[in-house]
Design a protein around this ligand. Structure first.
Ligand SMILES: *Cc1c(COP(=O)(O)O)cnc(C)c1O
Length: 371
């Protein structure tokens, strides 16, 4: 079923953003993070568009198997690793790498017979306190993993940063110092950097960087600016105006009447709402683009509609496209208004609307509707 609200995915923008990662971290390999259906952009078509990446990271084994079945031959890394012997056998058979972060996974590697050894990334917890072994255990786990016949080669050692979205948070340096103490003695390949660290912490780049959000053209920083970061938004979320009405001074708009018109004014209704992934908590004042000009959302977001103050728009008409975010209006700005982060908004929209891939490589738009 095709919905009126559509997410247009600009494959050229994805490639531009990957090139931006390369220019920032020229000595590192790039493990492009395409978990959560590539942050709502479509996992398979993003993997195909980012053929130049050195590998792809996903959350779970099922995602990695799906990519292999679909013909993706790149190194694949499962960030949560394997949960049981079936998972482990499946990734071994398909040449998929796994993060090992839990003693139970070590036991599985010791007790399971696999067809081919598995490449593993040993995850160390340097302060996130989510996944990973305590730093003090890293040495012996590294040795154990290296000695196992189920493990292929030396583990890559990784950690994840908890505070990098704030460029000046001093705890990031503590995490780096903690990590360096560990890898200094091991002489191994390592990986630290998410998007924020790719952009702001060259010392963290190491052999592999793991960018996610920046590939999609959104800034990882709390106060981020995609233009300053040199990124291009990869998703345009749009829907047409389906009604324009003239409201009088004192009229209220939408559920609960949270917005009162200060004067006689045109109110536009666009066919997109929280059922399409538009954030329900976006308040009056959240920007949208109408026929390429800025306007503001007014009143509450409905399931399938938003209402817009059209006073700034010259000659608006039914059928004009309303852009919720995209080129010219960063999803970061919308997220800040809605009190959330772009990551959440992009994932939600990706689930809800019809996606269409655009490839502007040859000057012409090639549009492929995703299944
Ligand atoms: C999601 C994730 C990333 C990517 O983070 P971004 O902030 O999107 O760049 C990197 N590493 C791990 C372990 C992750 O879970």
């Amino acid at each position: 079923m095709r919905r009126v609200a559509r997410a247009l995915i600009d494959l050229q923008a994805l490639r531009h953003n990957l090139a931006r990662v390369r220019s920032l971290a020229p000595a590192s390999r790039v493990m492009a993070v395409i978990k959560a259906d590539a942050y709502g952009h479509g996992m398979l078509s993003v993997a195909q568009a980012l053929e130049q990446a050195d590998g792809f990271a996903v959350t779970c084994v099922a995602e990695a198997l799906y990519l292999r079945d679909a013909g993706i031959r790149h190194p694949l890394l499962v960030l949560q690793g394997f949960a049981d012997a079936d998972d482990l056998s499946a990734i071994a058979e398909n040449g998929i790498s796994a993060v090992v972060h839990e003693p139970a996974q070590l036991k599985l590697l010791e007790s399971t017979i696999v067809k081919k050894p598995v490449a593993v990334w040993l995850k160390v917890d340097t302060g996130m306190h989510r996944l990973g072994f305590p730093p003090a255990d890293t040495q012996w786990i590294y040795r154990r993993l290296s000695a196992l016949s189920t493990v292929c080669g030396a583990p890559t050692v990784m950690t994840h940063l908890a505070y990098a979205d704030d460029r000046v948070d001093p705890r990031t340096q503590l995490q780096l110092a903690q990590f360096d103490q560990i890898v200094a003695t091991l002489k191994v390949e390592s990986s630290i950097a998410n998007s924020a660290a790719v952009l702001s912490l060259p010392a963290s780049h190491r052999q592999w960087v793991r960018p996610g959000i920046m590939l999609y053209g959104s800034s990882p920083f709390l106060d981020g600016d995609v233009v300053q970061d040199g990124l291009k938004p990869a998703m345009v979320l749009q829907a047409p105006l389906i009604a324009i009405k003239r409201c009088q001074r004192g009229d209220t708009v939408g559920y609960g009447g949270s917005y009162t018109c200060p004067e006689t004014m045109p109110i536009g209704v666009a066919a997109i709402g929280y059922g399409d992934g538009y954030p329900r908590h976006a308040p009056s004042g959240t920007p949208v683009l109408v026929a390429d000009n800025r306007a503001q959302l007014v009143g509450r977001v409905s399931m399938d509609m938003i209402t817009i103050d059209l006073r700034n728009i010259k000659a608006p008409k039914v059928g004009d496209q309303v852009i919720a975010w995209g080129q010219g209006l960063s999803v970061d700005e919308v997220a800040r208004h809605a009190g959330t982060i772009s990551y959440e908004i992009l994932c939600n929209a990706g689930h809800c609307v019809t996606r269409e891939d655009l490839d502007l490589a040859d000057g012409g738009a090639v549009s492929v509707e995703q299944a």
